[in-house]
Design a protein around this ligand. Structure first.
Ligand code: GGG
Length: 351
């Protein structure tokens, strides 16, 4: 019997609602599937801790997380604390410290969910470079408050960083429809984005079976809306892929559905799994947050652990519920609570 240790960080806002629901579902999958067990330890890190201590996570937080098999994360974002403080203090700190350089975000129309386009087909995976680019944290401010005030936000693209995410994306494309869209803004940004295109062409020579398309990020937003069926795997920078994956999740019906895996593909550190959505303070405490994104995220976590059968069982249960027309939370047009959807998915595991 394999035993996994999962670090659970619900974080802020609705993270505190959907992550406990996700743990309940993961425990039910483990019981149903057999062959492995979960032990989860929950850490109440986030904005409440920041208010109490001035830190989003304790000083030794990274050492605490390191021995775990995986991290199951909710959301960050608060009404009073600036977003850059909460994001860098917890989520980005973990992603960058554990070199989780591949942020992988599948988006697909689940059966029974029409999505806002009301037509077509969407089944793609967005691969987000998760360690550098626009999120390198380089830059600064001077002349604060004066008319001469200057702020710089420097994007860093390294050959090593771009090449490894490109290889990850090509490898993934090989397991799917063998089609990869490389997204940049290399017409306007002449250095990093051109390097990105060049490395994509170099790496592509090792994958002659993968058809590659180059698109500018602005054009890519229209492709998502007008020709979603033409998209398979997408690789893009930290910022571009963040925006495109929110769009893709919304097109699949709701931001509440989308899952994320923040992977260290070399498995030197624990990888982190989280729904795409943020803390959604507007609906916090109402019991109506959509837990499907945290369940799908749970399936990605199971796959990463090597529990492919359990992951498939969980996805089948989610799809049984959506195909049956719910229960759905209000973001999907229903009246159900987080608890109703959780119980429906758990019941569907039995089938
Ligand atoms: N679960 C995802 C989450 O909490 N996201 C918060 C956020 O603000 N993310 C910004 C980003 O990832 O760029």
């Amino acid at each position: 019997m394999t035993h996994y240790r999962i670090a659970v960080i619900p974080g802020d806002g609705i993270g505190k609602e959907v992550i406990p629901a996700g743990i309940e579902v993961l425990q039910a999958v483990a019981a149903r599937e057999g062959g492995f067990t979960f032990e989860s330890e929950t850490f109440d890190w986030g904005s409440d801790l920041y208010r109490a201590t001035g830190r989003m996570m304790p000083e030794d937080g990274l050492e605490t997380l390191r021995p775990f098999d995986a991290i199951y994360f909710g959301a960050v974002g608060d009404t009073d604390i600036p977003d850059h403080v909460t994001l860098w203090g917890l989520r980005l700190n973990i992603c960058q410290s554990f070199d989780q350089y591949a942020n992988v975000r599948p988006a697909r129309l689940l059966p029974g969910i029409e999505g806002p386009l009301r037509r077509g087909h969407l089944d793609c995976v967005i691969v987000r470079e998760n360690s550098e680019g626009e999120y390198a944290g380089q830059g600064g401010r001077s002349h604060r408050g004066l008319p001469e005030e200057v702020a710089t936000e420097v994007s860093i693209f390294t050959r090593r960083g771009v090449e490894r995410i490109m290889r990850y994306a090509f490898d993934l494309a090989m397991t799917r429809c063998k089609h990869l869209t490389v997204v940049t803004k290399s017409n306007a940004q002449r250095h990093g984005m051109v390097l990105w295109d060049e490395i994509a062409r170099e790496v592509g020579r090792d994958y002659p079976g993968v058809e590659v398309r180059f698109e500018l990020v602005d054009a890519m937003t229209t492709t998502f809306v007008l020709k979603p069926e033409s998209i398979d795997v997408v690789v893009a920078t930290n910022l571009h892929a963040d925006i495109l994956s929110d769009l893709a999740s919304a097109l699949s019906g709701s931001l509440g559905i989308g899952p994320t895996a923040n992977l260290d593909p070399e498995r030197r550190f624990p990888s982190m799994f989280e729904p795409i959505h943020g803390s959604a303070f507007d609906i916090m405490g109402k019991g109506i947050a959509n837990p499907l994104g945290s369940f799908w995220t749970g399936a990605l976590l199971l796959e990463h652990l090597g529990e492919a059968g359990a992951a498939a069982r969980l996805m089948r249960a989610i799809e049984r519920v959506t195909a049956a027309g719910g229960p759905f939370t209000p973001d999907l047009g229903g009246k159900a609570t987080t608890g109703d959807v959780t119980q429906a998915v758990i019941s569907a595991l039995q089938a």
